[in-house]
Write a protein that binds this ligand. Structure first.
Ligand SMILES: *Cc1c(COP(=O)(O)O)cnc(C)c1O
Length: 438
């Protein structure tokens, strides 16, 4: 399998190169030159994720030196489940795909752990300590920290905008010791991203600290997400003989791209509906064909606050025109009022406790015509645990939401964070200091 760039179909990079680079040399995103045809007939949905994953992902690793390690990588990355929960008391066949059972209680744990397991093997022969430099507006940083914490040969430096992440997110970003350094930047998320870009752009810093990235456009974060949808689809196919349809809470479109790739590769998946918050760039494009990226607006589903989703480049490679894309995907926008209403209503209806992102998914599902809802087994992806967003969820439900044990363990640890100014000099000094701590 060779990987092209969204901006250069003739590129033919190996998987290891794509994983190590993150971004293609021309600034595009890596994608398979041709999606493989996966024979789903021999696969059993019952199998645990770490057994199913190597069989699903083998074609994507074919011909790469990492192929030998694929099984071990999957054992490391898929060490918690993604169960399907039936929604009780609904006349339709409706399930929730719970993607929040990892250490930081959001689906980003799967991608971060898979990428860390890949990079650890790529880097095994290298004597230097690599510094994974990440700017985060919330969930990604915690997942990356958890995935690399305690791994020899890696150090993680996280930048987040001081005072602009939720209290639970801040705990998850600052509860680390050892090889993880958290920096609260006196500035915005855009400042954090600019500082990271600048650091990568300065050869001196890149070399001195052997900088590497683990951001969400890395193909190593998409591939494991494909497994999640494939496994859910196979379980429903085995039980009911039908191909389920999916609703996917979406921001940067990484989950949506993975689900689309799974369907194109031959997994039994019917319709795919993207649930966006008030950031309407994608729903508007599917409605009128004009691609108008814009600054993001802040919503209750903050991990989906993306006005210029980078993975659109990958979706456009698959569906080059609006007509083609509209044939394969639909998108619904749910505003904050709709998110609040769904958190309340789904709890009243079936006792479901939803995070704001997953609530947008349920709300999007409820907008579908009844005939369509009844005509398929629908699966709504639940992307985070509601206990990550207690300030939103608890007042709406009128009760406390208990964090799952892994999250509770993280929240109980002491905080460790350094405050720095928004600027490359402050970042360089912080990198130097981090390099001195064992
Ligand atoms: C990142 C995130 C999303 C959006 O996923 P994309 O792959 O960026 O579309 C949705 N919900 C939660 C909880 C997230 O952390």
């Amino acid at each position: 399998m060779k990987y092209a760039s969204t901006r250069d179909p003739a590129l033919a990079a190996g998987l290891s190169t794509a994983l190590a680079d993150g971004l293609a040399p021309d600034g595009g995103l890596y994608l398979p030159r041709a999606l493989p045809a996966i024979d789903a007939s021999g696969l059993e949905g019952r199998a645990p994720l770490h057994e199913l994953a190597p069989r699903l992902l083998a074609p994507f690793f074919a011909g790469d030196p990492l192929a030998r390690a694929l099984s071990a990588i999957c054992v490391e990355a898929f060490d918690f489940p993604a169960p399907l929960a039936t929604v009780q008391g609904s006349p339709e066949r409706l399930s929730i795909l719970e993607l929040f059972h990892g250490p930081t209680a959001a689906f980003k744990d799967f991608g971060a752990r898979f990428l860390a397991a890949c990079l650890a093997r790529l880097h095994a022969a290298d004597q230097r300590t690599l510094t994974v430099l990440v700017a985060t507006s919330g969930d990604t940083g915690g997942a990356v920290a958890a995935a690399f914490h305690g791994r020899t040969g890696f150090r993680v430096v996280l930048l987040y905008p001081e005072g602009r992440v939720s209290p639970v997110q801040e705990r998850q970003l600052t509860c680390w010791d050892g090889n993880v350094t958290s920096l609260a930047v006196r500035g915005s998320f855009d400042d954090c991203q600019r500082m990271v870009k600048q650091a990568f752009g300065e050869a001196r810093l890149r070399e001195e600290f052997a900088l590497t990235s683990a951001n969400s456009i890395n193909i190593g974060r998409l591939l494991p997400q494909l497994v999640l949808f494939a496994a859910a689809a196979l379980r429903i196919r085995d039980a009911e003989g039908v191909a389920p349809s999916f609703v996917i809470p979406s921001g940067n479109l990484g989950l949506a791209t993975a689900c689309t790739w799974a369907r194109e590769a031959g997994l039994p998946i019917g319709a795919i509906v993207l649930a966006h918050n008030a950031n309407r760039t994608v729903p508007d494009f599917l409605a009128d064909g004009n691609w108008r990226p814009r600054p993001s607006v802040a919503t209750l589903a903050s991990a989906m606050d993306v006005g210029d989703p980078s993975n659109m480049e990958r979706l456009m490679a698959l569906y080059p025109t609006r007509g083609a894309m509209a044939g394969g995907l639909r998108a619904v926008s749910i505003d904050d009022a709709g998110i609040r209403a769904a958190i309340r209503a789904e709890f009243a209806r079936a006792g479901l406790m939803l995070c704001p992102h997953s609530a947008a998914g349920l709300a999007a599902y409820r907008t579908l015509p009844e005939a369509e809802r009844r005509g398929a087994h629908w699966v709504v992806a639940a992307t985070a645990h509601p206990a990550k967003f207690p300030e939103t969820v608890e007042p709406l439900l009128g009760r406390r939401v208990e964090p799952p044990p892994a999250l509770a363990a993280l929240l109980g640890r002491p905080s460790r964070v350094s405050r720095i100014d928004a600027g490359i000099d402050a970042l360089a000094a912080a990198l130097r200091e981090a390099a001195c701590t064992p």
